[in-house]
Design a protein around this ligand. Sequence first.
Ligand code: LLP
Length: 421
Amino acid sequence: MQPFPSTYFTYKNNQLHCEVVPVAEIVKQAGSPTYIYSKKYFEDAYKEFDAAFHEIHHKIFYAAKSNFNLSVIKTFLQLGSGVDVNSEGELYRALKAGAKPENIILTSVGKTKREIELGLEHDVLMIKAESEEEVYLINDIAESMNKVARVAIRVNPDVDAKTHPYISTGLSENKFGVNSETALKIFRMQNQLKNIVFTGIDMHIGSQITSISPFVEAVEKLANLFLILKKEGIELKHFDVGGGIGIQYKDEKPFTIKEYAAAILPILKSLDCEIIFEPGRYLTANAGILVTEVLYTKKNQKKNFIVADAAMTDLLRPSIYGAYHHIQPVNFDETKGEIVADVVGPVCESGDFLAKKRSIQKSEHGDLLAVMSAGAYGMVMASNYNARRRPAEILVEGNSFKVIRERETFEHLLWDEENYL
Ligand code: LLP
């Protein structure tokens, strides 16, 4: 078995550790399934990203959608990050985690009137508009609140990010943003829009992008618009590159942040404004694992199955994107040998799997498995289907660990339904 390459999740005496804490010890206290995150990973990834752009005026707005646990958001805030929020709920979380409104930017292709009002009420740094209609609505709402809204326009640069179609967002066939012509038209309405001041131009071309060229192409297109506007006297304060940087799940060889910076810095330097980045996955995916206990193993004519106590309800990515997550034993034991098996959960659907046809250490009832790279789009996409409680979340810091969210209780699942019986 090849262990997943990580310096944050390593084997010592054949026992998987997060930083210096044995994973099995955490599970003894927290139960299974459980998400475990390395605080040091969050910090190192953030610092690496930040340092790569030290030559230019820039700010990272952590994309909270990748992992919105309050303690995770707070970890990034303490490093100087802002937060990119995609809904009223994420705004609520960012504020609860301690973010100042001037360090929050509000995204979403379909903001409700209430979300726009909240953005203005809290006076967030900027609201990113994604259609002409939305711009008019923001202007009207701001007028009724006697405010001037700071707005960025999200441009769809029509580049192929060469990623999974569900997470590609920068092609003209995708619902996001407006095309370049519409963007110019909207910006040129600045004088008519009394309750809006355009402060930024924005893009986000997709997620889990593992080659640099789509970024370069898109940044060039956006920079071109930025400079046209500048010539016309529309000076924008922010140029927002979005997120989307790919990470290693299997054998991808994604570019490094240094390479990313080297490729786009020359373009960004020519703009002379604040550059905004919105990384999510890069900062969180390989900071986390989902630990699950083996309930049963079985075999039919065709296959071996490992039935684990984690399901699509805990980690949805394999089911909806066919995503690969490396799975390795918490106790490595070479003498056990390997089998090829599907690792499946207890949910009543054949789409409920964590891995298919996977070479994996032979396991038995009670063994613990670590599903790697689960720190991004893991817990945030978990659900209560089959009335399953969402897992606990644990943050490891050096030689200690703490619960940052308890496993849900059955009372949580009922919410107020009993009042209506
Ligand atoms: N900014 C915007 C406007 C976004 O929509 C996203 C992600 C990000 C930043 C952060 O992108 P990242 O750096 O994490 O790639 N559930 C999918 C991923 C969906 C990404 C949605 N938008 C998955 O599990 O792969």
